[in-house]
Design a protein around this ligand. Structure first.
Ligand code: SF4
Length: 471
């Protein structure tokens, strides 16, 4: 991934990409808002309740994780624990090698992307095929997802048709139904030939040891239909205490993620195929992955572990809408990524310390979050942590001159009058050198200094005149 600071990346983004991201996020956000308000008398109360349940989970992982291990084992699954990405990759490889597996079909799992599983398996001679359509397109394009729910939000169908043609999936045709039919024909053969299927889990219920996986394409179901081995990669925070909590979370997840009342396919998996059952994997492994999560839990931003990866905060974020997911240089983009990515970076925290600054702190992410994560507060805590850790602040406007301007009315008025000159000065020649980096990564609007004062004066005049008339 590119390592450009987020604002500089935004400047290089082609306008059509920016437009695709803006249109896609805005439409989903508007549908989500309408649906929630139409279906529930008090959606905010539901968000608060879900937040409380997830907060309970992350504060009780020490008892819930052993409980879920016991239930899963009783159901016939094998449970593995991975402290970091390398351990998780090793578990997957060992399971596949023991079975002599060389072909893996993979439904979307964010954890597998987080631990960079696909290139690792490919390097060990194991084909690892993404079966979510968006992820598949990203894979054949050697690209990265730019949204956690809609990985190709930055692409249009013409680009997809070109990729298909380049990768031998038929002559150029950008009709959506042709693209999906071709992908389906290609994947069905792969499903039938696969030795193992991999999924994530949206939720794992501690009470019953039930894995819950939701998809809109049915690809997780296909990934488990023919292969004899099922591997689930799950972050340790994905637990829910009780089965009945699913009623709340499935309702909130579908509405928040894709503005649907329920995701099209919701699967409940309790273990491998039991004796007498006609089909399903004969072996099931659940790998619980920590990879920095317990460090997050021990820190001051632990609320981010409530996240159920719905993507609603991206859809509403004015920064994400302008910069797209690739700007965040991480598997997790948008407001959730601006918090989670630096935290999961561990010793490399400073490399991601600019991400929490990519926010206007408008609070919209918190308002839509189905588990009520106080993202703006967490961003502020991380900004503070970054400053204490000595994070560089390229492009930060000089606050000293600003304080002088803002506290001296005469100087302020003079600056407003002289401000028009800024329209004619190239960023590199701005007379305050400390502002060069700041101005270089921004497109400044035309100077409109004084408009507010003029408006205020007219308003006061009108009020006085009206008052005189009334008197
Ligand atoms: S932080 Fe909240 S809104 Fe954002 S992806 Fe996670 S659950 Fe969804």
């Amino acid at each position: 991934m590119k390592t450009q600071p987020i604002d500089q990346f935004a400047c290089t983004l082609p306008p059509e990409k920016r437009q695709s991201v803006y249109n896609g996020t805005k439409a989903t956000h508007e549908k989500r808002t309408k649906l929630l308000a139409g279906d529930f008398a008090d959606p905010d109360r539901l968000r608060q309740l879900a937040g409380e349940v997830k907060q309970h989970v992350i504060e009780n992982l020490d008892t819930l994780l052993p409980q879920v291990e016991e239930r899963l084992t009783a159901g016939g699954a094998q449970v593995h624990w991975a402290a970091d990405a390398a351990a998780a990759r090793r578990h997957v490889l060992a399971i596949l090698q023991r079975r002599g597996a060389t072909r893996l079909v993979k439904a979307k799992t964010m954890v597998s992307e987080e631990i960079e599983l696909a290139p690792f398996l490919e390097a060990h001679g194991i084909e690892c095929l993404e079966t979510d359509l968006g992820e598949f397109i990203v894979q054949i394009d050697h690209d990265h997802p730019s949204h956690i729910v809609r990985p190709i939000i930055h692409k249009n169908r013409r680009e997809i048709a070109t990729s298909f043609e380049k990768n031998g999936l038929g002559a150029y045709n950008d009709a959506p139904e042709v693209i999906t039919r071709r992908a389906r024909e290609f994947m069905r053969k792969k499903y039938l030939a696969a030795d193992a299927g991999m999924t994530g889990a949206n939720f794992v219920v501690a009470e019953s040891g039930r894995l819950v996986v939701v998809t809109n394409e049915g690809n997780s179901r296909f990934s488990l239909a023919a292969p004899k081995c099922h591997i689930a990669l799950v972050g340790i925070e994905k637990l829910l205490p009780r089965d009945r909590d699913l009623a709340l979370f499935l309702n909130l997840l579908a509405r928040s993620a894709t503005a649907q009342q329920l995701t099209v396919y919701t699967e409940f998996i309790r273990g491998p195929r039991a004796a007498g059952q006609p089909d399903g994997p004969e072996e099931m492994h659940v790998i619980f992955v920590d990879n920095g999560r317990t460090d997050v839990l021990a820190g001051e931003c632990r609320e981010i572990l409530r996240c159920i990866r719905c993507g609603a905060c991206m859809n509403v974020c004015p920064v994400y809408r302008q910069v797209s997911g690739h700007a965040y240089r991480s598997v997790y983009p948008g407001p959730v990524g601006a918090v989670l990515s630096p935290l999961l970076a561990g010793e490399d925290f400073l490399e991601k310390a600019d991400l929490p600054k990519a926010s206007s702190l408008c609070g919209a992410c918190n308002e839509v979050c189905p588990v009520n994560i106080p993202i703006p507060d967490l961003l502020l805590r991380l900004r503070d942590k970054g400053k204490r850790a000595g994070a560089a602040s390229p492009g930060l406007p000089p606050m000293g001159p600003w304080a002088l301007l803002a506290s001296q009315p005469v100087v302020w008025k003079a600056a407003l009058i002289g401000g028009r000159l800024l329209d004619y000065i190239p960023p590199g020649l701005i007379p305050v050198p400390a502002m060069h980096a700041w101005a270089a990564s921004r497109t400044l609007p035309k100077w409109r200094g004084g408009v507010f004062r003029k408006w205020l004066r007219q308003r006061e005049k009108r009020k006085t005149e009206t008052g005189e008339r009334k008197a």
